[in-house]
Design a protein around this ligand. Structure first.
Ligand code: PHE
Length: 367
């Protein structure tokens, strides 16, 4: 039996030595093939006595199965190695080296957008969206501005012809405000509603504080007992958080919007000097948004019963907020895509705005 143990050692060592699939196959043939070592030994069993045959046969069978197991294990090991080598050889590096001379910046409007979403998100508002190209129903009629309503003229609307109709009332518009998202939300969202809708808006206007495309954020809250007091509290908390001040004087002036009743404009206290605008102190006032209680006609147009539900809405210019908060004097420069401007006024990427981690992260200012 000693022979058997030696033979086993020898055969397993040969299996272990095989360095690729080809040499492993050669080992297999040399041991288990037609003229292989174990096969030969088995053939010789015939010349032995019954007792010896039994004994030897058993040992050979065990040896054969041990060698087979070793061959299988080695085969698997070599296959994995070959696959790894193949993958390594075919590897393609799809990354590009960074180019430090081309550092990107976050545009101030994107930054303000994130800040506003962070503040209202913390208060439990969802972000809603609507299309830039609107029909007149959502941009005007449903907002209590029927055809020929004088407020339509105030908005310097860009019209887009409707290929299916010559009737002027059927033409599309690029939305003049984000208020159509109020209607779209009422149509689709279960009650109660608490959304903000930031996005692009368009009016035919161009000077230091007006560009044909600009950004607004709309707010809409509708529930059974929502009141003007909620509106005031909500917007007061917003401006404090937004301007990152503990206290800020605010006032509401009566105003007019067709879609709210009563309507108001909100001012914040500031100090205007020749070269500076200081927000949060002083004797001057700065208008920052329009707001009011949603007009019953608007609720009705959105499919909501005004005898059961009521709510408030507000709208403000994101670009204007960016100009005020970050001291940028001319709105037109926002959209000129001048990288020098962006380098000066932009923000470093990865400075996420959050109520807990800091809104504007002044340390992260690129300036
Ligand atoms: N849509 C108004 C505007 O563009 C702003 C506004 C929104 C006012 C909601 C009241 C309520 O000027």
């Amino acid at each position: 039996m000693e022979n058997m143990d030696d033979l086993k050692k020898e055969l397993l060592a040969e299996v272990e030595k095989a360095s690729d699939m080809k040499s492993l196959e050669e080992v297999r043939v040399a041991v288990l093939g037609k003229k292989g070592k174990i096969t030969e030994l088995m053939k010789n069993l015939g010349g032995l006595s019954v007792e010896e045959k039994k004994e030897m046969g058993k040992s050979l069978n065990i040896l054969k199965s041990d060698v087979e197991k070793a061959l299988d294990a080695k085969k698997e090991e070599l296959a994995t190695k070959e696959l790894e080598a193949k993958l390594a050889a075919e590897r393609i590096d799809v990354t590009l080296p960074i180019r430090p001379e081309q550092q990107g910046r976050i545009h101030p409007v994107s930054k303000i957008y994130e800040e506003v979403v962070a503040i209202f998100g913390e208060m439990g508002f969802e972000v809603a969206e609507g299309p830039d190209i609107e029909d007149q129903f959502h941009n005007f009629n449903a907002l209590n501005m029927p055809a020929n309503h004088p407020a339509r003229q105030m908005q310097d609307t860009f019209y887009i012809p409707n290929p299916d109709s010559d009737d002027k009332d059927d033409s599309f518009v690029v939305r003049t405000h984000t208020s159509p998202v109020q209607i779209r939300t009422m149509e689709n969202h279960p009650l109660p509603i608490r959304i903000i809708a930031p996005g692009r808006t368009y009016r035919s206007d161009y000077d230091a504080t007006h560009t044909p495309m600009f950004h607004q954020v709309e707010g809409l809250v509708i529930d059974k007992t929502t009141t003007m007091a909620h509106l005031k509290g909500c917007l007061y908390d917003f401006v404090k958080a937004f301007f990152e001040l503990d206290e800020i004087p605010v006032r509401y002036r009566p105003s007019y919007f067709p879609f709210t009743e009563p309507s108001a404009e909100m001012d914040i206290g500031c100090l205007k000097t020749k070269n500076e605008l200081k927000i949060g102190a002083g004797t001057d006032w700065l208008e920052i948004l329009g707001c009011g209680m949603v007009h019953p006609n608007v609720l009705r147009a959105g499919g909501i019963d005004p005898d059961e539900y009521q709510g408030f809405a507000f709208g403000m210019g994101l670009d204007r907020l960016a100009m005020l908060k970050y001291g940028i004097p001319d709105l037109r420069t926002f959209f000129e895509s001048d990288v020098r401007w962006l380098k000066h006024y932009g923000f470093l990427p990865l400075d996420e705005s959050s109520m807990t981690g800091g809104l504007s992260n002044n340390g992260g200012l690129a300036r």
